[in-house]
Design a protein around this ligand. Sequence first.
Ligand code: ADP
Ligand code: MG
Length: 389
Amino acid sequence: MAELQALKEQFVKLYGSEGVGEIHTFHAPGRVNLIGEHTDYNGGYVFPAALTFGTTMLIRRRADDQVGFASTNFPLHKHISINNIAFDPADDWINYPKGIISQLQLGGVNVGGYDILYSGAIPNGSGLSSSASIEVVTAFGLLTMEGQPADKVQIALLSQKAENEFMGVQCGIMDQFAVAMGKKDHAILLMCDTLEYKHVPFRSGAYNLVIGNTNKKRGLVDSAYNERRAQCEQAVRDLRAQFPELTLLGQLTLEQFNEYQHLIKDETVRKRARHVVEEIDRVLQSMKVLEQGNLESFGKLMIGSHDSLRDLYEVTCLELDVMVEEALKVPGVLGSRMTGAGFGGCTVSLVHEDSVTTFIDQVGRVYKEKTGLTADFYVCDIGNGVEEL
Ligand code: ADP
Ligand code: MG
């Protein structure tokens, strides 16, 4: 761990060699959703996985009430009193860890003074959830340092609350949950409403997950997102003619939907609902085929998911479609799909390790020709959730 040694040296340079006790090191990963898109708010499953790269946090106790914040990713570095934790736009990235401290304090944890240095390997703002990663590593690290190690699900919930309430970002629970609860070589089957979950083996063998960032600036995402939610609610209202108790599309089986879909009057609304019900079914099929170690079948489900997001839910865009289409032309690619809310962001593909270089060259080149944009690619494996190193 030469990198960790270098990071420790940087910590000592920044904060000196004197502190209270040792420097402790914590790590939280980034995450990707493998399948199950636009299912979370319909009472369905998502299927994220933690990545092998993430955010490392070095931390050492101080004798006073100050908290030192520094990051190898951003120049802003300062000390703030633990008794004065409030959102300040001038504090930029430091608001993320401050949001966690604020939540801990609200929960009655008497956080002491610390010096902290972060180092992130996740590209910021590219859909791999660097924000959840810094939140979760901070919550886990501080609670461990205070001698109050908490349940990781509680840490995910606390981190989500910090992002919602302190940062004012209305995210769901998937990101923080995956980052906290990830397990090496496993995906997480998660029901976002109930937090019911299961680790599902993902034996990737000779295959890598390759994430492609379209670098497309997203427009109109919020209004389209709200429209899709409203259409799902409309479908539920129509289907109540047969299922009076229905509150969410995820409560229907695919068979029930097929039998009664004619009750949904509007054709577009019917298409949206079909995506949701079939996507939830694809997640459950994914769990089954992965438990059998069948990556080929999982790849086909990924392709089905993308087709449905393009044709039925209509949340892809030229950039995502081109990237997936070109990915599937490369030999050794089992599957490819958009990941995240859509209209830009990333794709995830399952690529044989011998094909990764060709994949990046070929998809990157044709993507640039067809869209004028330069893509970024990240080769990933599935790693553990937050932990002390
Ligand atoms: P995403 O979560 O998709 O990567 P966000 O915009 O939600 O994008 O969060 C990115 C922000 O999180 C960064 O701009 C920064 O403020 C904060 N952040 C993430 N990782 C680090 C890090 N290693 N050091 C400091 N700040 C970080
Ligand atoms: Mg984020």
